[in-house]
Ligand binder design. Structure first.
Ligand SMILES: NC(=O)c1ccc[n+]([C@@H]2O[C@H](COP(=O)([O-])OP(=O)(O)OC[C@H]3O[C@@H](n4cnc5c(N)ncnc54)[C@H](OP(=O)(O)O)[C@@H]3O)[C@@H](O)[C@H]2O)c1
Length: 276
């Protein structure tokens, strides 16, 4: 059974939000945490908290959207941590935009960071994870399963890593490789993701959980071995409803969103081709 004490864990996107909360939570339980992200100042603040519990932890400033750097970064991590037991692919960006309004550059940006980068990093670290009978955790989103409005490209990115994780689990199983693969699908946790520029305002009316809710979800997945975990857990009940009546579910999503926009006093989206 997974024991966080002494586990060497790489958390991507550890400078804020869920990655920061998870890094501190794992360090409190004795893990040696490797943190990475782009903002050196924010990483340093999180590393300081992490080292209060786990002095051997460290951080790297890296742009994970620079795919050519991934293999070299993976080698550096395993050398400096002395191996790796858990990779948490958490770094990600949102894109709240009506489906036809996405710019080509932002479609590429979302897919590069949310999909290509974690797949490349996982691939680069897989032999080392196999050597330690380790684990890969993908931080997806309930958007992977629920077709939320105003997030079609983001949802596609999270569905892609969810499908990748399922396929990876099967392929590793076929080969008899002892690496656990888990997807954790957060709902709404209070982080900077909802404040980032170049995004439409969030339409969510779900009461946000604190970012620390991610800690028990990830630990629960590692200990139980579960393929998919939702935070909060009640989101687990929704995908079967959607699968049972996809047309009805999507019709309901349209009606619900139109009502939500009206309640917010916000206009309906401009149709494709409307002058901007
Ligand atoms: N909060 C929620 O309710 C929620 C719901 C569903 C899914 N999620 C997922 O949870 C994950 C974490 O998001 P969050 O809510 O914690 O938001 P956040 O506070 O904005 O954290 C995002 C993290 O990703 C890092 N990052 C962004 N671009 C990067 C890049 N190019 N290279 C390296 N690191 C990069 C950011 O650090 P730097 O800017 O310093 O690089 C930051 O540490 C994301 O995958 C998100 O999709 C969150």
């Amino acid at each position: 059974m997974f024991d966080p004490s002494g586990a060497r864990v790489l958390v991507t996107g550890a400078s804020s939000g869920l990655g920061a909360a998870l890094s501190v939570g794992l360090a409190e339980r004795g893990a040696v945490v490797g943190l990475c992200a782009r903002r050196a100042d924010r990483l340093a603040e999180v590393l300081e908290q992490v080292r209060e519990h786990s002095p051997g932890s460290r951080s790297w400033t890296v742009d994970l959207a620079d795919l050519d750097r991934i293999d070299g970064f993976a080698r550096q991590v395993t050398e400096e941590l002395g191996g790796i037991d858990v990779l948490v692919n958490n770094a990600g960006i949102p894109k709240r935009r009506w489906a036809w309004q996405h710019r080509p550059d932002e479609i590429a940006e979302v897919l590069r960071l949310n999909v290509e980068s974690p797949i490349r990093l996982t691939t680069a670290l897989l032999a080392d994870l196999a050597a330690s009978s380790g684990h890969v955790v993908m931080i997806g989103s309930v958007a992977a399963r629920l077709a939320p409005p105003n997030e079609a490209v983001y949802s596609a990115s999270k569905a892609a890593v969810t499908a990748y994780a399922e396929g990876l689990r099967v392929d590793l199983g076929v080969a008899g490789v002892p690496v656990g693969v888990h997807v954790v699908q957060p709902g709404v946790l209070s982080t900077e993701l909802f404040e980032l520029p170049d995004n439409d305002p969030s339409l969510s009316d779900v009461e946000p959980l604190p970012p620390t809710a991610i800690v028990d979800a990830v630990l629960g997945a590692l200990v139980s071995g579960a393929a998919e975990t939702f935070v909060p857990e009640w989101f687990r009940d929704l995908p079967p409803v959607k699968a049972g009546d996809l047309d009805g579910f999507l019709r309901g999503a349209i009606e619900y969103t139109q009502g939500r926009l009206a309640a917010l006093g916000a206009p309906l989206p401009e149709p494709p081709g409307a002058p901007s």
